[in-house]
Design a protein around this ligand. Sequence first.
Ligand code: SF4
Length: 467
Amino acid sequence: MCGVTGCFLSEGGNAAYYNYVMLHANQHRGQESAGICVYDGLRLVGKKGMGLVTEVFSREDLDELTGPVGIGHVRYSTTGASELVNAQPFKVGYAKGELAIAHNGDIVNSEVLRRELEASGHAFVSDTDSEVIARLLAVELTETDDVFEAFERVMDVLIGSYCLTVLTSSGDLIAVRDPWGFRPLWIGWDDRGYFVSSESVGLDVVGVGGNRREIKRGEVVWIREGEMESKTLRRERKAVCMFEFVYFARPDSVIEGRCVYGCRKRMGYRLAEESPVDCDVVVPIPDSGRTAALGYAERLGVPMEEGLIKNRYVGRTFIMPEQQERVESIRVKLNPIRDVVEGNSVVVVDDSIVRGNTSRQIVEMLRSAGASEIHFRVASPPIISPCYYGIDMATYEELIAHEHDSDVEAIRKDIGADSLWYLSLDGLVKAIGMKKSELCIGCLTDRYPTPRPEDFEGSSEVEPIEQ
Ligand code: SF4
């Protein structure tokens, strides 16, 4: 996962500052690195670094990044290692100038495309699929000045998820959402100019009011000389990631016209209807299980208590890339309140169970804090297969539901709870309020809206991409 932003100030000003504020609102989408690139009137200049937005940028940095147009990025790695060379925005030079790109998503056929580009002489400096997109776009923009024409050809070959903000050395800002619409992307405008953000909360924090909308799947928005033009270039079957609603997006975000908070609360209602428990207290796993727990408790008429306190200075464990870091960080992240759980039958509500490490340790913690019974309720169905579109669930082996062949009783024993229930797929779809056919539910069903990376393996037909 990553977050992208963009800003075009019609009357001039410091686009870096607005990108900084919007990136901060998207910080939950990636905490490994952050970067901003601006057009200073002549060329593209930027800064990127490892860490949080507030760690990478000082007031002086933002003052130095002067320019009215800019893009930003926060990253956590799915493709490519967690290193500065893979941080974004990613800048490439080409015959007519430079372009910088910020990418949220994963390209499933990136290896084939990379080999084709390498065969035609491109020397890659990072191992990200974002560089593949940047180089493909540079090839096309060498041929034409028409951004729509260039993207039409780029979108013809890219398979997978990509929300992009692009900055050109003529000071144009471009925003793109892939033809499936996996990830969210918003645009808003007012008398200051145009603002682009992965999540709607980015527009909230810079004070963009009513003039805002989600960029449509397959749409390219091109902003130049203060004017916005847009075209929908390609459409595939709609496949909005269900996990954005379940876990990833902020609850105060809006995706596909739906408030994420409302969706999560409905997941809690449905969970309570599907699997009620005669219990004393409902305890959420902070922070992402909180809204569903509220719905669960409300529907059952049982009090919800903060029985687990999160150390807010520890990052979201799920985002850390190495298994080792993940395991060790859970204990420093959460601590139970004995007064809430001791002697009580407790229902613990989490948004999902991916690897099972967190769930197992939470059950242990609550037991040692004196809970008499621990009932685990999960606001999404079992995750049985990997994500190829930018969520850090890369292999079957790491998924606890896969390990136990989706046997809920075996998973219950593994995590040590007294009972375990996952929200049904039907319940999840109804809570989100979209058609099942419009959602990506690939990791719940092992059936995906695009071919998988392995479907391209062994492809021996590596044609150089013409330059
Ligand atoms: S596979 Fe799962 S996590 Fe990945 S995009 Fe689809 S629903 Fe989202």
